[in-house]
Design a protein around this ligand. Structure first.
Ligand code: HAM
Length: 419
């Protein structure tokens, strides 16, 4: 038997209603805030991620699916979508009109990580990106939308954790302070952190090794190093959030694993997810578009792990969303033609119908199938119905049934549905 690749999984029909539910909610809600969908390719030139996310990040250093195509070009399956969307923004000159551009996406990402619950090698993200403004109101309004999104999905309680990581004015002195703090302990750092210390010491905050985490707990705090512009920006974001009534916690150790962040960074933690508890992450990335060869367009966004989102939904979410309205039970070969006719009639009128032509299967077995699929109604065509040229319609919720000719089927269904 050939099985799916480790870390990649099938989403089966039993689960799909929950995926549709979160995607439908995203499409509806994001549109309300002026976001439009963008779909970018699943693979990109490797250089896009090396430059966009940063050579020093774990993603670029060890998690990318990179391969040469037949012409020897280095391509990479996208590990995230902020850099690709920024690339598309530049390539199609979406900045030309000088407007704020609000984009969102839903789709698969790929990272070579150790798979466990909620952590996959192919996973899906729902993300948004706002280009063209560094106003703190953009940060706050997008966060407000995010909180509204989670609340509409019934995902509560969650913790919104917020930080500012400064900008190229103030970050160098913070970086230096970290280097000064860590260098005397270099010998006891894990191998990854020794590499991080050279390339980007802020990454050491992401380390999962207990001894390193303990050391990082005593490290200097970025909050003490913010320049006055960054501090004012952060104060303003917080003031807007307070005005919206959006609750958050501050964590000066939240630096996030991608190099493009400036100023605001955040994560949402869902306790139900256990060790892999970051439901989503995001922040501001004002230098990214420029570093990819575009204009000086600031940006802000987030991406939710859709797999984790679906895991965090309440059990009842989307239950029964995709159940058929009618299941047809047809006994014996002569029942097939009238069953097909009834199915066509119902579907033309917009009803969802399941019908399996299995005339030899018993009434009991066919009823069980209708029950398993949670059909609201069962339409029965047995020997007696065929002989009399009628159909029996049964409402599953109360067992009430009625016998009608084909021509009256729709009216009867409507009447019984509203009874
Ligand atoms: P990220 O924190 O790397 O940020 O990923 C965002 C979310 O994707 C995570 O919080 C998690 O829910 C989900 N995720 C990441 N890796 C995996 C995995 N291996 N399996 C399952 N879920 C995973 C970004 O990707 C940024 N592009 C977010 C962003 C958008 N920042 C600004 N705009």
């Amino acid at each position: 038997m050939i099985e799916s690749v480790k870390g990649a999984r099938d989403i089966l029909p039993e689960e799909i209603a929950r995926w549709h539910f979160v995607e439908r909610t995203a499409h509806e809600l994001f549109a309300r805030y002026g976001f439009r969908e963008i779909r970018t390719p699943i693979f990109e030139p490797t250089e896009l991620f090396a430059r966009g996310i940063g050579e020093g990040s774990d993603i670029v250093a060890k998690e990318m699916y990179t391969f040469l195509d037949r012409k020897g070009r280095s391509l990479t399956l996208r590990p995230e979508n902020t850099a690709p969307v920024a690339r598309a923004y530049i390539q199609h000159q979406l900045h030309r009109r000088g407007d704020i551009e609000k984009l969102y996406y839903i789709g698969p990402m790929f990272r070579y990580e150790r798979p466990q619950k909620g952590r996959m090698r192919q996973f899906s993200q729902i993300g948004v990106e706002v280009f063209g403004s560094d106003h703190p109101a953009v940060d706050a309004e997008t966060l407000e939308m995010l909180v509204a999104f989670l609340s509409r999905l019934g995902i509560e309680p969650v913790r919104l954790v917020l930080n500012s990581v400064g900008d190229p004015v103030c970050r160098p002195s913070y970086r230096q302070a970290l280097v000064d703090y860590l260098t005397p302990h270099r010998g006891r750092l894990c191998e990854d952190c020794r590499r991080r210390l050279e390339v980007n010491p802020l990454r050491c905050f992401d380390c999962k090794v207990p001894a390193d985490r303990e050391l990082m707990a005593g490290a200097p705090s970025v909050a003490d190093f913010l320049c006055s512009e960054c501090a004012a920006h952060f104060d303003s974001v917080r003031a807007y959030l307070d005005a919206f009534g959006v609750a958050y916690e501050l964590d000066p150790r939240l630096v996030r694993g991608l190099d493009y962040y400036r100023r605001t960074t955040f994560e949402v933690i869902a306790p139900s997810l256990g060790a892999q508890n970051a439901l989503l992450g995001g922040g501001r990335y004002d230098g990214l578009v420029e570093s990819l060869g575009g204009p000086a367009a600031p940006g802000f966004g987030f991406a939710v792990g859709e797999d984790r989102l679906v895991l965090s939904l309440p059990d009842a979410a989307a239950a029964g969303d995709e159940r058929p309205e009618v299941a047809i039970v047809a006994l014996g070969e002569p029942a097939i033609a009238p069953a097909l006719e009834a199915a066509r009639r119902l579907r033309r009128a917009g009803r969802s119908v399941i019908f399996d032509p299995v005339p030899d299967k018993s009434l009991k077995a066919q009823m069980r199938r209708a029950h398993d699929r949670q059909a609201a109604f069962v339409l029965i065509l047995g020997e007696e119905e065929i002989a009399r040229g009628v159909l029996t319609l049964k409402k599953m919720s109360d067992g009430v049934q009625a016998t009608v000719p084909q021509a009256e089927l729709l009216t009867k269904l409507q009447e019984m549905a509203h009874a």
